[in-house]
Design a protein around this ligand. Structure first.
Ligand code: NDP
Length: 475
């Protein structure tokens, strides 16, 4: 760990509101203690409308060839009523419930009962038991990192069953897409509700719980920081990575298989989407240990935002390009295809290298080289709620000297590449870049607010040294 600690007198440890070495109050390390009206309004909006947004997108592909405008036109002109659209929507089926239950149960088994062996033979891969970051209560959790192994086993079984044993069709996901949506919703709501009850009745670490007193905020943003069942079943790591992200590449493969079935070929745009998103997913699992230090695991509490989001929002909305290409099989010209591939790969390179630079810098406590030179950084300090003082460093060279979140910039370039592969006939595939821009910009602001609360004046020194957030000279 990069942070070293220094004990404080016991009476100081009793204080819930800690101070950093600059004397700045640090009440908001982690998610908020108090809810403002804007946050509450946003949360109520999302709780009410996010499930409808997902339904609307998927329904518009199923009934309107992915047009987002036509359903509204039909409704406003009275050509159709809501009940007509609803009646045409496939319902929950036993088959989908069976597939989904088997899927989630299989991922649980892979996660809990199969300790990682990939790190034993893959050079450079960090797997097995790893430590997370220090929580606000000063706890350091251990995690079983075996996502890459789960991804490989799942995909080998998928190919074997779909193409060799023919136990199921490779289009099985596409063919059951809406019935599976109901199953994903049931799990998303069940796990978020369970997490909320658990935080009152048997929290894993009571000191890392945050109760704002506002039911909706607590339900949405979570109360427990790291809810667990038993020693290893960590809700955040499991739901964030599997079943959603393992499924991402399978969903895309199912879309490609559907194109093959419908049109007798797989278009180059579908291959591009499969390859670029496949790289992103594989990168996620290859770097799962690094992921323990990202905001989702380090700072977010586990509520509906992560529980439902990982079960429904991620698998359904992050895969819209592939779904769209089933209905609109775009064949790109060679120059366009190469341009999109380059944009996606450069974006990925920036995303990965920026994340890698921070990870290397933090892991070695600054004893490393960034772009061939000794790293430049700002020394900073903070305290956990028990009054223990920690020291850390903020990197100001490499990509981290260009902008404070250049990893997000790379991510956005990659996201744009997926969308461009669908050309410009419909807006639906562009939802992803719009959403990611909002998500990552909001994340910048949220993260910087938290870092300021954590590091106080040291954070100000950092933002003076690196004044831009995403695009040097602009924002
Ligand atoms: P970062 O990896 O940028 O982590 C931010 C944290 O890093 C800060 O809270 C701070 O934590 C530390 N930090 C900030 N500046 C510095 C610095 N200069 N030197 C050292 N440490 C610093 O953000 P995320 O966790 O949000 O994102 C990780 C990746 O995941 C990104 O590439 C992002 O694009 C991607 N992502 C993708 C999403 C998707 O849906 N596809 C969603 C969210 C993220 P500390 O308290 O340790 O100092």
């Amino acid at each position: 760990m990069a942070a070293h600690q220094e004990k404080k007198p016991s009476e100081e440890r009793k204080r819930r509101t800690a101070q950093n070495d600059t004397g700045t109050a640090q009440v908001q390390w982690g998610r908020a203690w108090e809810v403002d009206w804007f946050s509450l309004a946003s949360i109520l909006f999302l709780l009410m409308f996010a499930p409808l947004i997902v339904y609307y997108f998927i329904m518009s592909c199923d009934q309107y060839q992915c047009s987002l405008i036509d359903p509204l036109v039909d409704l406003f002109t009275g050509k159709k009523h809501l009940s007509d659209i609803w009646d045409k929507t496939p319902t929950l089926t036993y088959r989908a419930a069976g597939i989904y239950t088997l899927w989630v149960a299989f991922q649980v088994v892979l996660y809990v009962f199969l300790p990682d062996f990939c790190h034993k033979f893959l050079p450079g891969y960090v797997g097995g038991v790893q430590e997370g970051a220090v929580t606000p209560a000063g706890v350091v959790n251990k995690y079983q990192i075996n996502g890459l192994q789960a991804w490989i086993i799942t995909h080998v079984l998928w190919f074997a069953n779909a193409y060799y044993f023919h136990f199921f069709s490779p289009t099985i996901i596409f063919d059951n897409w809406i019935p599976l949506l109901w199953c994903a919703n049931i799990l998303g709501y069940a796990v978020s509700t369970f997490a909320m009850i658990k935080s009152y009745v048997f929290p894993t670490n009571a000191k890392d719980c945050k109760f704002t007193g506002n039911f909706f905020y607590d339900y949405m943003m979570g109360i427990e920081f790291n809810p667990r069942i038993g020693k290893w079943f960590d809700f955040k790591l499991f739901f964030n990575g599997r079943p959603g992200i393992v499924a991402w590449t399978l969903i895309n493969l199912s879309y490609a298989a559907k194109q093959q079935e419908l049109y007798g070929q797989v278009t180059n745009s579908m291959i591009l989407v499969n390859v670029l998103q496949g790289i992103y997913v594989l990168d996620f699992f290859w770097n799962e240990a690094w992921y323990l230090k990202t905001i989702d695991i380090c700072h977010d509490h586990f509520g509906w935002y992560l529980g439902w989001g990982d079960c429904v929002w991620l698998p359904y909305l992050y895969t819209l390009q592939g779904l769209y290409l089933v209905y609109h099989p775009v064949q790109l010209g060679v120059a366009n295809a190469i341009g999109i591939l380059m944009l996606g790969l450069i974006g990925y390179y920036i995303f990965r290298m920026t994340n890698h630079q921070k990870d290397l810098f933090r892991r070695t406590n600054g004893n490393c080289k960034i772009w061939g030179k000794k790293p430049e950084y700002i020394e900073c300090s903070y305290m956990s709620v028990d009054g223990t003082k920690y020291y850390s460093k903020l990197l100001t060279s490499g990509f981290w000297g260009w902008a404070r979140h250049f990893n997000y910039t790379g991510d956005l370039m990659g996201s744009l590449a997926y969308c461009l592969a669908c050309e410009f006939e419909h807006i639906l595939p562009y939802f992803y870049i719009v959403y990611m821009t909002i998500l990552l910009t909001h994340r910048c602001i949220r993260d910087e607010h938290r870092c300021f609360s954590k590091y106080g004046k040291d954070w100000k020194r950092y933002t003076t040294a690196v004044p831009y957030r995403l695009i040097p000279g602009i924002f």
